[in-house]
Each structure stands twice: as structure tokens, then as C-alpha cells.
Design a protein around this ligand. Structure first.
Ligand code: NAD
Ligand code: TYD
Length: 353
């Protein structure tokens, strides 16, 4: 038995592969293009592990995907591959359209052909799980209830619009062709291997480097935060027991304004690695121009996955963020390697010098 994972060298994908193989001996075929966000270092502990087959390639290359499907006959495909950073999608949306929409379409075509040719039993057991985001639902006012699975789609950034389009394609392949799909829409993740262009790792890394901690606008935008390992356990649970064709929202019941997040990270660093001059890290907070079209609030209603599949997050935000800050303190080499690559160019382009 095996599963095919796309984008398994990225932040969530690599955590998923590591967790999967920590709990099962089922072979993982990991197809990743290794864009700036893909980092094989995340999977270094699997370098000599025969249960992990890494293939560098494009999940939108239908011929390559068809070949891998035929060769390994996986019982499931878990699709993480995407361009994932909202700010990059604002600077250059084209790659998001190509990867998130066209890439997902090509993947669906290859999977449909493979699934259609399977013997009855394998066909009945096969699943394609599409990993998506709460951002497809748009922005909430403070008084509005959290997103349920039936909330209307109102994406506001090229990133969220491209993910919304991919969700619609996945849905359509179920309704039209009967492809056995599952979709998860998750809130903001944080944890080990998070690329330091995103809020939490950027703050941890910049703080230690004595750099500014750039808070967009007034810092009062609200996100729901989930520890990445909890997202991985939710995906495993949906793959195992989710109803074909259904959507499951995944969240941490943990809404916080960005400024609070930055202050919590600063306080943990004050405790775990105080500044040499004794000053608190939050003196490095700098308010910068807001993100265009910045969504004000995301909130996930995760009752469906809890009630129907019995999934709940294991970490509180307090325990998860402490583990995360400690992980970055314990892995300076990982951070240094990431920073010596394309990351630096991006920082200059986006924030200037
Ligand atoms: P990431 O940017 O860290 O990783 C994306 C991975 O996909 C990288 O390894 C990259 O090399 C790979 N990739 C990109 N284009 C590819 C292609 N054409 N073919 C094969 N591989 C390709 O992203 P992430 O944060 O790990 O997110 C993974 C998935 O989860 C995405 O679909 C994202 O939309 C979704 N998601 C992310 C979050 C979050 O907070 N990070 C929350 C909810 C949902
Ligand atoms: P981010 O980590 O990019 O995730 P997303 O945009 O997918 O939610 O950003 C999280 C929040 O933090 C978002 O409201 C934008 C804000 N933010 C900052 O204030 N400063 C920053 O430097 C970054 C990267 C994000």
C-alpha cells in the first residue's frame, strides 16, 4: 500500500510526511517541484528511509503523475502542492493561477484516468484529499459567526481566489465524474519548518537578528491559528473516515489579532533567549503599510470534523507557540540555510532594504 503526496517538501507537507511515517509503514511517494518553498532539509531524517520515495517534479505534469500512479498504485493522493503566500500572490499572481488552478486541474485529470481504470475494490477505496484554506471564504466582520462548510466563497486575494478555483474543480470532479474526493479548509498553521516569509517564523527570525518586526496596518487583523501537527492529524482522520465528496473545516478555536501574536512571540523570546541589552523584543515592532485588500478576520467553525470524525486539536496555542519558538531556537542551521537562498531576494523585493 502507498499514498502519493504532492508538495510534501513544503511546510505542512513535510510535517505530514514525517508524521505519517512516524505512525505507519505505508510507502509515501512525495512529488514536489522544489520551488523556493520546498526544502528537502525538512525531510533529512528520511534520507535513508525506503518508505519515502522523493520525486522532484511538477504535480501539473499529467504524464509524470500518470507514470507515478501506474508504477506505485497508491490508494490515495493528498494534494498539498500550491503557491501559498498571499503577499507573493499580490506581487505576481500568474504563478498562483498556473500552479493552484491549472496544476490542480492537470492533477485531477491524471487521477481521474488512473482511478477510472482501477479494479472495483481499489476503485471503491481510493481517495483524493485536497488541502485548502479558510481564506476562500473571504473576510468576516467582528460580529459574524465563524466560517462553516456552507459559508459562501468570497476570496479576496489572488492566492485565495486561486485556491477557491481549485476547490471548485475538485468539487466538480466529484459531482461530474464521481471521483472520490475530500476537501479540508484549514486556518493559519504554525510550527516547525515554516518558511520565514510568514508572520510567526518571520517574527522569530527577525527578532533574534535585531531587525524590525513589521506589523501590517494596525495589527488588529484576526486569524485562527492551528499547530501544524494538529492539521496533519486532521488530514489523516479525514482520509481515514471522511465522507466522500464532503468538505471539512479545520481550525484551532484560537482567534487572535496579529499584534497579540507578535507580542506573544516577543515575550517567549524574552524568556527563552533574552536580548543582550536586556530590552524587550517588542521594542523592535514597526508598523508598516498595510497589505492591499487585507482580510480583516478569519474564523473557523470546526464542529463538523469534531462531531462527525471525532477530531480535535491536541495543542493549545500556548503549548504550540512555545514549542515553535523553541524549535527555531534549536535549529539555527535550518534558518541560516533558508535565509541564504531565494528568501533574501524576496525580503528585499517586498520590504526593501
Ligand atoms: P508551502 O508554500 O510551504 O509548500 C508548498 C509546497 O508545494 C512546496 O514544497 C513547493 O515546492 C511545492 N510546489 C509548488 N508548486 C508545485 C508544483 N507545481 N508541483 C509540485 N510541487 C509544487 O505551503 P504550505 O504552507 O505547506 O501549504 C500547503 C497546502 O496547504 C497549500 O495547498 C496551502 O494552500 C494549504 N494551506 C496552508 C495553510 C498555512 O497556514 N500554511 C493553511 C491552510 C491551507
Ligand atoms: P501570513 O503569515 O502571510 O498568512 P496569511 O496572509 O495567509 O494569513 O500573514 C498572517 C497575518 O499576519 C496576515 O494578517 C498578515 C500579517 N502579517 C504582518 O502583519 N506582517 C508580516 O510581515 C507578515 C508576513 C504578515
Amino acid at each position: 500500500m502507498s499514498i502519493l503526496v504532492t508538495g510534501g517538501a513544503g511546510f505542512i507537507g513535510s510535517n505530514f510526511v514525517l508524521d505519517w511515517l512516524a505512525q505507519s509503514d505505508e510507502l509515501v511517494i512525495n512529488l514536489d517541484k522544489l520551488t523556493y518553498a520546498g526544502n528537502l532539509q525538512n525531510l533529512a531524517t528520511l534520507a535513508d528511509d525506503a518508505r519515502h520515495v522523493f520525486v522532484q517534479g511538477d504535480f501539473g505534469d499529467a504524464a509524470l503523475v500518470a507514470k507515478l500512479l501506474l508504477q506505485y498504485q497508491p490508494r490515495a493522493v493528498v494534494n498539498f502542492a500550491a503557491e501559498s503566500h498571499v503577499d507573493r500572490s499580490i506581487h505576481g499572481p500568474g504563478e498562483f493561477i498556473q500552479t493552484n488552478i491549472v496544476g490542480t486541474f492537470n492533477l485531477l485529470e491524471a487521477v481521474r484516468a488512473y482511478w477510472g481504470a482501477l479494479a472495483a475494490e481499489a476503485r471503491a477505496g481510493f481517495r483524493l484529499l485536497h488541502v485548502s484554506t479558510d481564506e476562500v471564504y473571504g473576510s468576516l466582520a467582528h460580529t459574524e459567526p465563524a466560517f462553516t462548510e456552507t459559508h459562501r466563497y468570497e476570496p479576496n486575494s489572488p492566492y485565495s481566489a486561486s485556491k477557491a478555483a481549485s476547490d471548485h474543480l475538485v468539487r466538480a470532479y466529484h459531482h461530474t465524474y464521481g471521483l472520490p474526493v475530500l476537501t479540508t479548509n484549514c486556518s493559519n498553521n504554525y510550527g516547525p519548518f515554516h518558511f520565514p516569509e510568514k508572520l510567526i517564523p518571520l517574527m522569530i527570525v527577525n527578532a533574534q537578528a535585531g531587525k524590525a518586526l513589521p506589523v501590517y496596518g494596525d495589527g488588529q487583523q484576526i486569524r485562527d491559528w492551528l499547530y501544524v501537527k494538529d492539521h496533519c492529524s486532521a488530514i489523516r482522520r479525514v482520509l481515514e473516515a471522511g465522507q466522500v465528496g464532503e468538505v471539512y473545516n479545520v481550525g484551532g478555536w484560537n482567534e487572535k489579532p496579529n499584534l497579540d501574536i507578535v507580542q506573544i512571540v516577543c515575550a517567549l523570546l524574552d524568556e527563552l533567549k533574552p536580548r543582550a541589552d536586556g530590552q524587550p523584543y517588542q521594542t523592535q515592532i514597526t508598523y508598516v503599510t498595510d497589505r492591499p485588500g487585507h482580510d480583516r478576520r478569519y474564523a473557523i467553525d470546526a464542529r463538523k470534523i469534531e462531531q462527525e470524525l471525532g477530531w480535535k486539536p491536541a495543542e493549545t496555542f500556548e503549548s504550540g507557540i512555545r514549542k515553535t519558538v523553541q524549535w527555531y531556537l534549536d535549529h539555527p542551521d535550518w534558518v541560516a540555510n533558508v535565509q541564504s537562498g531565494g528568501y533574501r531576494d524576496w525580503v528585499v523585493k517586498h520590504y526593501g532594504n
